[in-house]
Design a protein around this ligand. Structure first.
Ligand code: KG4
Ligand code: ZN
Length: 347
């Protein structure tokens, strides 16, 4: 039985791990060595299939994963220049995300781990986003401060020397990525919202008044629902009264309000904790304005910024391999009863 093998698996320092990610609309597979070196990273996206529905349709995403997962994995193995027998383990996102979508990756990873008699490593998607930083800086070791800015989460976390997490604060309502997506809809922009808001914002000015976003108050908590409502009210009011308004100015002003607070609180956490390194993870970390703002602020305050390239900020499997390696080293293996979870905690 597979479960009898688990206590006997050897944990290697030099581990080559396959990682599989299928939590939303990207089917991704990657081969990562020692949690640091990307040997291959493949992404097959069903994004275009969701555009006409204005957001990800879970059923369509699940079917797309089922079609794409073998191809993504085969390409990842081939492009890494290895064979399946060279793998020391299979890591897989088990949550958070869309249940049906997650189940495709989980089932596939289970079959592969069973067939190869290697450890099956369950990985949290959220921790994966944070672990992307290890893939772009060989020397990165905790302690450091992490800013998580994704579609489902917004938080500031202290990562201590033993790799444990202390969540300093998180959002009390919407996540920052979610607010980009909702504002995109109000402005009539296509899915995916975030990148389209960013594009439109480049043509506008920061002149539309926005809420203060818990600036200087609320500790490390965030609140994005008031910002979203302010944008909705502004647009509806202008439309009802027939007033001319600039969608680009709204996008730009919203983006400033949504992003400035992230940068401000992240740098405050560095100041207060005394940790002089800041890492950033999650889809919103692909936002050019956030990247520029953090780069400038970290330079001013002499904080080392570890900012993964954009492809490692949005969903990918390499980040799952990076976090998977940390779990693998601890022997956090699962048996074949592993299930998917729509929600997982931050800790
Ligand atoms: O981190 P992610 O995969 O979400 C979760 O795992 O929860 O990223 C998706 C989120 C979406 O809300 C998307 O709109 C946002 O990241 N996003 C962006 C940009 N690219 C992706 N938001 C703002 N600017 C971008 N360039
Ligand atoms: Zn994600």
């Amino acid at each position: 039985m597979y479960s009898d093998l688990i206590p006997r698996f050897q944990i290697r320092q030099n581990a080559t791990l396959l990682a599989i990610e299928s939590s939303c609309d990207e089917t991704a597979a990657a081969v990562v060595r020692n949690g640091r070196e990307i040997l291959s990273s493949e992404i097959i996206s069903s994004c275009k299939e969701h555009i006409r529905f204005g957001g990800v349709v879970p059923e369509i995403a699940s079917r797309a994963h089922t079609s794409a997962i073998s191809l993504a994995t085969e390409k990842a193995i081939a492009n890494a220049g290895i064979s399946l027998n060279d793998l020391d383990g299979v890591c897989v996102t088990y949550g958070a995300g869309l249940l049906g979508a997650l189940l495709v990756g989980v089932s596939y990873a289970k079959s592969l781990a069973y067939a190869l008699s290697v450890p099956l490593v369950p990985v949290s998607h959220i921790r994966g986003h944070l672990a992307a930083a290890y893939l772009c800086d060989d020397t990165l070791e905790p302690p450091f401060v992490s800013l998580l800015a994704s579609g489902g989460h917004t938080a500031i976390i202290l990562v201590d020397a033993d790799y444990s997490y202390r969540v300093l604060g998180s959002t009390m309502d919407d996540a920052v990525g979610e607010s980009f997506d909702k504002v995109a809809r109000v402005l009539g922009l296509e899915y995916p919202g975030g990148p389209n808001v960013e594009k439109l914002a480049r043509e506008g000015k920061n002149v539309v008044p926005m809420p203060k976003m818990l600036k200087g108050v609320g500790g490390y908590s965030f609140s994005y629902s008031g910002l979203k409502t302010a944008v909705i009210n502004y647009v509806h009011h202008a439309e009802q009264t027939g007033e001319e308004y600039s969608r680009a100015d709204v996008a730009c002003s919203f983006q400033h309000a949504a992003i400035d607070i992230l940068a401000e609180k992240a740098l405050e956490a560095c100041e207060q904790s005394g940790y002089r390194t800041l890492t950033v993870g999650g889809g919103v970390a692909a936002n050019g304005y956030l990247r520029e703002t953090l780069t400038n602020m970290c330079t001013d305050k002499s904080v080392k910024l570890v900012l993964p390239p954009k492809v490692l900020c949005t969903d990918n499997a390499a980040m799952i391999g990076a976090e998977g390696y940390l779990q693998y080293r601890r022997g956090n293996f699962s048996d074949l009863s592993l299930n998917a979870s729509a929600r997982v905690g931050l800790g």
